[in-house]
Write a protein that binds this ligand. Structure first.
Ligand SMILES: Nc1ncnc2c1ncn2[C@@H]1O[C@H](COP(=O)(O)OP(=O)(O)OP(=O)(O)O)[C@@H](O)[C@H]1O
Ligand SMILES: [Mg+2]
Length: 855
């Protein structure tokens, strides 16, 4: 990529045909045609054929297709047809659902997409970032993302965070590009897409967009899909386990057949059918549908999910870190008073605060706005010479002003940050006195006192100045004038919302840049459960290991810097917690990024929203509690499928396999196994729609392989027990011939296999649950279909025969007995008996080394 900053502004602007008034809409459209959309990675949707081909090439599908071909070639058309129906059904379902899910996510993402302010047709316009073209004039403020590469035309205290490109965590100052080549034509006069402004503001002439940007060159790599969540890893591991067992079982069956009957076509087809029956082919579909439906439901509750898998993380989250303003407070900040350093009302302080807020550039936040809105005392006639905008490290903002030859520096900021630089105090009559130990003590007492009342203070100081520019050293030797006092009312709804989260087994921690007194007061007012406190200064002195030891039991973190927020999150994750972080500011972005679930709010800074996985359109923790419930519900539904697969389906197929080795004939014809599998798949299509009743809502839901195994080891043998009971009854009770045996066994196995969903779907008594109508329909519909085929007039096509009434009755009794014992044993199998009712969260094992950075 060319170093466009070397040429000087005039040359570049000339080349791009750019003017300060911006491009016309028609010219912009023309350029978009030429340069394409401003997207770092242009994802062309793969064509239907390509997606289909991709799926057909998957090993499992390929095996099924080969099986169909072999069966077809041998003249077994029915089997071939059934396999093809299974393949077509599962692929069709999967593709349709995936498309639907992709659409849902795309629409949701669009609804919270970042926009940019550009000049179009001579006016300022807010447009989607993708619409920006070379030659556009863009305005960028603090906390906003730089939408493309370009030259700085104007800058005020602009500092960019270019860590995405350079890995350098320190801000880079930006200055306007000189008109002609020469001094100043360096990278400091260029802004790069994908970076962000941490403070100040800038106007930029766009030079390169989309894949032509620096970021575009590395975006592919950066956008590489997020590593799977622990849940996805678990599901995948389970799938692999089943596949391996399948392979083993099928080989064993083949071998047994070979030894006993030699190489027969039916024996081979039987093994193939078993493999088809054992494969959890619907698992991907169940995952996608469940997540996409979860996302759609959450959207209705004003929670936008940008990364689908984050729903799992939300359900697994056991610690939520939140900043204070906006989530726990109303974020309606009012400037309620201005006090001299002794605590008396002071118009002088109000005047100085207003000067600072009016003239300071860069990040102007709600505190500045509150000061300006209060319009208290005015100091007239000043002009600005220079400023040093607020940043979260210094926690102060200063301006250098001039009036009739007199120059002063006015500083406001966090009390500690200003007091550290102050040497004197200003008495109400204007005389200066040294800020000695006694006076410092008095000032500290004032700050603490007001803080205990829940008021936020900014210290205001000033000093005479000679220089015409302002540097950080210029903030030394200040005269403390007094304090601007703010009120940000606590959010009444926060108490109930936090209580809900706590009941859900989530520990809530507050990580604030504000001081101890204010945070303690807020916690008291809202009666939030909180123990332990660490300050930013204490954290700075701690090693990561020490922090990881202290952080889990500490609920309040005060006066923390942005990088410390991220450090706290990382420390908690290192201890094995699944951590969520919700925040809205530039200073929250690193922590949002570091968390398992990054959350932000609609009005938050661009960088915070960009870093987040989930965005709340209403900044309300109550909505978040709903989201957690949703996450756990998706978990519960996937567990239902897993439990069905591991216990009932797997159990049945296992019984068939074992029986095939013991019996002189095959217990089911290959075609019948395939039919069983097809109908069973149909019955499960409704699972993603199901609700979660009687589930355990007091615990974060983390993928637990032990729980899955336990369930399998209890329920699997139970199912086999009744299978063998059926075999016995058929063989010895009814002296069944091969066709009758197969029909009876088919009916028993499909009935138990399908009906058990109504028990497994809830840990509570099944009759108290209310399954979703769609699930009822798919399950009972599939069962009716199976019985209709086996016992109806077309049964002969599949090798079924009519069953005598007493046998049907016996099968019904066995099925009822099985379901009854499953209902009794399921509580034990699901581990319900061992779970206390409390919200104590056992820590999952620490993640593997190298697991931490998620993206
Ligand atoms: N515009 C400003 N000018 C001067 N000082 C400021 C300004 N904004 C914030 N500060 C100081 O910096 C501190 C940290 O900022 P802030 O409270 O926004 O951090 P935070 O971590 O986002 O806190 P919160 O948890 O309240 O959201 C504030 O408590 C205040 O003392
Ligand atoms: Mg904040």
């Amino acid at each position: 990529m060319a170093a466009f900053w070397l040429d000087g502004l005039d040359a570049v602007a000339g080349r791009l045909g750019a003017t300060p008034a911006g491009l016309s809409s028609s010219e912009a459209d023309a350029r978009r045609g030429r340069f394409g959309p401003n997207l770092a990675v242009v994802r062309t949707e793969r064509s239907l054929v390509a997606r289909l081909a991709h799926r057909l090439a998957e090993p499992l599908v390929a095996i099924l297709l080969i099986a169909a071909a072999v069966t077809g070639l041998t003249g077994d058309w029915q089997s071939a047809a059934v396999i093809l129906v299974i393949v077509a059904g599962s692929i069709g379902l999967d593709m349709a659902q995936e498309r639907q899910a992709a659409r849902t996510v795309a629409a949701l993402k669009r609804s919270v997409a970042v926009t940019a302010r550009v000049q179009r047709d001579g006016e300022a316009a807010e447009i989607a970032v993708a619409e920006i073209v070379p030659g556009d004039i863009v305005e960028i403020g603090a906390g906003e993302l730089v939408p493309a590469d370009g030259l700085v035309i104007a800058a005020a205290g602009a500092v960019a965070d270019e860590a995405v490109l350079t890995g350098e965590p320190y801000g880079v100052e930006k200055h306007p590009a000189p008109p002609a080549p020469g001094e100043g034509c360096d990278e400091g006069s260029a802004l790069f897409g994908g970076t962000s402004l941490v403070s100040g503001s800038a106007t930029m002439l766009v030079v390169a967009t989309g894949a032509d940007t620096r970021f575009g060159a590395i975006a592919e790599a950066l956008q590489a899909s997020a590593p799977p969540t622990s849940f996805e890893r678990g599901v995948h591991a389970l799938g692999m386990l089943i596949l391996r067992l399948t392979g083993f079982l099928v080989l064993a069956v083949l071998l047994a057949q070979l030894l006993r009957h030699g190489l027969t076509l039916e024996g081979f087809l039987f093994a193939v059918a078993l493999a088809v029956g054992l494969t959890p082919e619907l698992l991907p579909m169940v995952m996608t549908v469940t997540l996409a439906r979860g996302a759609a439901r959450m959207a209705r509750r004003k929670v936008v999910v940008k990364r689908l898998a984050a729903i799992h993380d939300l359900g697994a989250m056991d610690i939520l870190c939140t900043d204070k303003t906006g989530t726990l407070t109303e974020a309606r900040i009012a400037h309620v008073a201005s006090l001299g350093w002794t605590g008396a009302g002071s118009a002088r302080v109000a005047g100085l605060a207003a000067l600072n807020a009016r003239f300071v550039g860069g990040l102007r936040n709600n505190l500045d706005q509150a000061i300006l809105a209060a319009r208290s005392a005015k100091e007239e006639g000043w002009t600005r010479l220079d400023d040093l905008p607020f940043d979260f490290e210094r926690r102060r903002a200063s301006v250098l002003l001039e009036r009739g030859g007199e120059r002063i520096i006015v500083t406001k900021g966090a009390p500690e940050a200003v007091l550290a630089r102050a040497t004197h105090c200003e008495e109400p009559d204007g005389t200066l006195v040294p800020l000695d130990a006694d006076r410092r003590a008095a000032v500290d007492a004032l700050i603490a006192g007001r803080g205990r009342e829940g008021l936020r203070l900014l210290a205001v100081g000033w000093r005479p100045a000679e220089a015409s520019a302002l540097t950080a050293e210029g903030e030394a030797g200040l005269i403390l004038s007094g304090f601007a006092v703010f009120l940000d009312p606590p959010k009444a709804s926060a108490t109930a919302a936090v209580a809900r989260l706590v009941r859900a087994g989530i520990r809530v921690k507050i990580i604030s840049g504000d001081g101890e007194a204010v945070v303690s007061h807020l916690v008291g007012t809202l009666s939030l459960p909180a123990t332990g406190m660490l300050t930013g200064a204490e954290i700075a002195a701690m090693s990561d290991a020490a922090l990881a030891t202290r952080a889990p039991d500490t609920d309040l973190f005060v006066r923390v810097a942005p990088d410390q927020k991220a450090r706290i999150v990382a420390a908690l994750r290192r201890r094995g917690h699944v951590v969520g972080f919700i925040g809205d500011g530039i200073n929250d972005a690193p922590a949002i990024h570091a968390a398992d679930v990054g959350l932000s709010v609609d009005g938050g800074a661009d960088v915070a929203r960009e870093a987040a996985d989930i965005i709340l359109l209403d900044p309300d923790l109550g909505v978040l509690a709903d989201g957690v419930a949703e996450g756990r519900r998706t978990y519960a539904n996937i567990m239902k499928y897993v439990r069905m697969g591991t216990s009932s389906n797997f159990g049945n197929m296992l019984s068939v396999a074992v029986a095939s080795m013991l019996l002189p004939f095959l217990p089911l014809a290959p075609l019948q196994i395939l039919l069983n599998n097809l109908v069973y798949d149909l019955s499960e299509i409704g699972i993603p729609f199901d609700r979660d009743d009687g589930g355990d809502e007091t615990r974060p839901q983390v993928w637990d392989m032990h729980a899955v195994l336990r369930f399998t080891l209890v329920m699997g043998p139970l199912s086999s027990l009744f299978d063998f009971l059926t075999f016995g009854v058929l063989l010895y009770g009814f002296d069944a011939d091969v066709a009758t045996f197969r029909t009876g066994w088919f009916v028993e196995s499909i009935a138990t296999q399908i009906l058990v969903i109504f028990l497994i779907r809830t840990a509570g008594p099944f009759w108290k649950g209310r399954p979703n109508p769609i699930l009822v329909l798919t399950s009972l519909g599939a069962l009716a279909l199976a019985l209709g085929i086996a016992l109806g007039p077309f049964g002969a096509v599949f090798g079924f025969v009519a069953l005598p009434a007493p046998l049907l009755l016996a099968i019904a009794v066995i099925a009822a007995l099985y379901l009854g014992s499953a209902e009794v044993l399921k509580r034990f199998a699901m581990g319900a008996a061992t779970r206390g009712g409390g919200g104590i969260v056992p820590s999952p094992p620490a993640p593997l080394a190298g697991d931490l950075p998620r993206r």
